[in-house]
Design a protein around this ligand. Structure first.
Ligand code: UDP
Ligand code: GLC
Length: 382
């Protein structure tokens, strides 16, 4: 099948979940398509390693500094946004459509349609509620979506519902769940987990891992609080602060150094070997304190054949059936989390059964193939 010619646009060059999801799409589309980034960084390297053509047009600092939760201060970025829109309109000429993978990319791409730019598909990967978006920014985003884009692809039903609740047009919305390739999970060398445990120096102590960028709403502190009630259990924190949240990282380090936890918390920073690290642990937890739009790490934990415990909000409840393919606990509730972890560790047979069902579910429902089928279909309608 000949794929559409797509200019994928993303403002970020770090490796967040939105970028890792785009990596799979752009790789599948590399014969006809290209990626435009507003900054240079590790994402460009990963795309190029996958033989995807990348163009970096550095955005003026004023655009990169805008916070979605900020108010009218974004007005300062308007001239730069206009300039960026012009670049997208020009770069898009050789393509059938523009795919905007991030908020900032979407705003610039939507403005570009006023300059003769190609039709825009907005891949919405955030829950647009007051928790993350100021009312001004929400209103602007919804207005531009309703009037300037051809489709809004959403990564979960929760993401779509929040967009519609904010005033977004229902007829624009198409659900495209993320898909995760299972090969890196299925093809791990048999000694990899043991090597990681050796490096951690933890013998066969129980190990619970969280695999998200360090950010307050990702809630790593909830796992550390839970750990206080779980003597002998170790925690693995994989990920770093990607979007200027270094203060939260320091707070976690301080918590980890407290006498009750000292020696039991292993903070590894950003890693490229998540499948092996998940397999080295007994349980994968997801601790977001606010609704997670999708949560790749949940599906990855299932693919790693580990029991997954996730915070019951947003897209997470679409990925896990409680007690069947994983466990759900109320967001921010460290006591409930500690209890579920304790139960899983004390009943390894039940934990294995849960993990096995999670694996089958993830493989059936969130495969790369089903992602691409849904994505191709959506783009063919534009
Ligand atoms: N991840 C990674 N290295 C790390 C931490 C996380 O590669 O050190 C990956 C993780 O495996 C997942 C993604 O980053 O694929 C995070 O995506 P998710 O959808 O869970 O959250 P987001 O960061 O997009 O909000
Ligand atoms: C965003 C969301 C995350 C989702 C990812 C990929 O970064 O925060 O929940 O999994 O996009 O769609």
């Amino acid at each position: 099948m000949k794929r559409r010619r797509v200019l994928f646009v993303d403002h970020a060059a770090v490796l967040g979940g939105a970028e890792l999801s785009l990596l799979d799409l752009a790789t599948a589309y590399r014969d006809t398509s290209e990626v435009l980034l507003f900054a240079d960084g590790p994402f460009r390297e990963r795309l190029e390693a996958a033989q995807v053509k990348v163009k970096v047009i550095p955005a003026p600092q004023s655009i990169l500094a805008v916070k979605t939760s900020g108010g009218l201060s974004a007005v300062k970025a308007l001239p730069a946004l206009w300039w960026m829109a012009r670049q997208i309109a020009a770069a898009g000429r050789e393509f059938d459509l523009v795919h905007a993978n991030s908020q900032k990319a979407f705003i610039a791409a939507a403005i570009a349609t006023l300059m003769g730019g190609r039709p825009v598909v907005w891949h919405l990967r955030d829950i647009v509620t007051a928790q993350h978006f100021s009312s001004v920014n929400r209103a602007i985003a919804v207005f531009l979506a309703n009037h300037r884009v051809s489709q809004v692809l959403v990564n979960s039903r929760a993401t779509g519902e929040a967009f519609i609740a904010a005033g977004g047009r229902k007829d624009l919305v198409t659900l495209v769940y993320n898909g995760i390739g299972s090969d890196p999970f299925d093809n791990l060398a048999s000694d990899q987990s043991a090597q990681i445990r050796d490096q951690l120096g933890i013998g066969d102590a129980p190990l619970v891992g969280v695999f998200s960028r360090l950010s307050y709403w990702k809630g790593q502190h909830i796992l550390l609080e839970a750990l206080q009630e779980l003597p002998n259990v170790h925690a693995l924190l994989v990920g770093k602060a990607l979007f200027g949240e270094a203060e939260y990282a320091s707070r976690l380090e301080a918590m980890a150094a407290a006498p009750e936890l000292a020696g039991r918390v292993h903070m590894l920073g950003f890693r490229n070997d998540v499948p092996a690290l998940m397999s080295a642990g007994n349980i994968v937890v997801h601790t977001s304190t606010e609704p997670e739009p999708f949560g790749r790490v949940i599906v990855e934990g299932q693919l790693a054949k580990r029991p997954v415990v996730a915070a019951a909000a947003g897209g997470a409840v679409e990925l896990i059936q409680d007690g069947v393919t994983g466990h759900l606990v109320p967001p921010g509730d460290s006591v409930a989390l500690a209890k579920v972890i304790g139960n899983l560790l004390s009943d390894p047979i039940a934990a294995d059964r849960l993990a096995e069902r999670g694996y089958i579910h993830a493989k059936d429902t969130f495969s790369l193939e089903s992602l691409l089928t849904a994505f191709d279909q959506a783009l063919n309608k534009v």
